[in-house]
Ligand binder design. Structure first.
Ligand code: PHE
Length: 347
């Protein structure tokens, strides 16, 4: 029996030493020390022993059990420590590796230019105002001296909502002039940026939706010189001190006199050609049209309850996309609306 116990102990110790993980250890424990284990089976034979032998064998059996239990515990602790060490190594994080760069978004280029324009006019004391995109024909046309039958009211140019053509998507921000003059008393100095809509096919310089920035100033003694001063300030601040612009006579029903303002082409420097080729940005003109403007027509003032003998004013309407193309130097309007990140991320 003593031999049997020594044998069990030797085998178990060897197995414990060889066990690769906790499961293998548990298998050894159950097989040797479990209720139906080898050691228990040996102890059951104790009854066959003599009274002298019994306590001796009992002591040996207990010490074998104690030793095996202690060895199992120790081995288990070793295996756990090794497993933890392995896991730590596998999951090690090198905090010195450079991180992945997060792409930051930024303002749309046209918004940036709008912001610059707004800041220039706010600096000159203008207030930013807003008007509805769904507008009455009265504000978009009639009260701006654009009578029924005028070609710009044509259904082929304007998005109307109803059969009597009384409600529409505004074709110009000039409608805001009337809304402002109805609600404010002079002195008036406002800037009204917003979307406008016309039935245009999209090409390099046209889009059915585009942006205008309307300006309106009404006060005593306002003249064309004030208009020129304000617009020249805008162009020089936005482009550069030596940007060249020209004022050209024009006609708008709601301003008198009226003009259009062009900027010298930034691409060809006003020559209209580059290396003998017609400049693709200004189409050989040497100038790029930026805005329409003029002195507010006395009838428009009177129609809003403003005494045209006491007050005068000027108004202008800037094409924001054109202005952004010149400011950021790209030559196809569609790029602004396509929102291709390869384009947008350049600004
Ligand atoms: N509303 C005009 C247009 O869309 C521009 C303009 C605005 C002209 C203000 C004169 C005064 O063409």
């Amino acid at each position: 029996m003593r031999q049997q116990l020594e044998q069990i102990k030797a085998t178990a110790l060897a197995e414990i030493a060889a066990a690769a993980d906790a499961a293998a250890l548990e298998a050894v424990r159950v097989r040797v020390l479990g209720k139906k284990g080898e050691l228990t089976a040996v102890l059951k034979q104790m009854g066959k022993l003599s009274a002298e032998e019994r306590p001796v064998m009992g002591q040996i059996a207990n010490s074998v059990r104690a030793e095996l239990e202690a060895t199992l515990e120790a081995r288990k602790a070793d295996l756990n420590a090794a497993a933890l060490e392995k896991q730590l190594q596998e999951e090690a994080i090198d905090v010195t590796i450079p991180g992945k760069k997060v792409e930051m978004g930024h303002q749309h280029p046209m918004n940036k230019v709008l912001q610059e324009v707004k800041e220039i006019f706010i600096g000159m004391g203008y207030q930013i105002v807003d008007g509805p995109e769904v507008e009455e024909a009265a504000y978009n046309f009639t009260r701006l001296n654009i009578e029924e039958g005028h070609p710009s009211r044509d259904r082929s140019d304007t998005f109307y909502f109803n059969d009597d053509d009384s409600v529409l998507l505004r074709t110009q921000t000039s409608s805001v002039q009337i809304r402002v003059m109805e609600n404010m008393k002079p002195p008036i100095r406002v800037l009204a940026p917003g979307r406008v809509f016309r039935k245009d096919e999209a090409d390099a310089t046209h889009s059915p939706m585009f942006h205008q920035i309307e300006g309106l100033v009404v006060d005593e003694g306002i003249t064309m010189a004030d208009l020129k001063g304000a617009l020249e300030t805008l162009i020089k601040r936005l482009y550069s001190e030596d940007a060249v612009c020209r004022f050209r006579p024009h006609h708008f029903p709601f301003t008198e006199p009226s003009c259009e303002v062009d900027m010298q082409c930034f691409k060809c420097g006003g020559k209209g050609e580059i290396d003998g080729q017609v400049c693709s940005t200004c189409h050989g003109e040497g100038w790029i049209e930026l805005l329409g403007a003029g002195m507010v027509h006395p009838e428009v003032l009177e129609g809003c309850g403003i005494d045209s003998k006491k007050y005068s004013g000027f108004a202008f309407g800037i094409g924001l996309e054109r202005m952004a193309m010149g400011r950021l130097r790209f030559n196809d309007l569609r790029l602004i609306f396509e929102n291709d990140v390869r384009f947008l991320s350049q600004f």
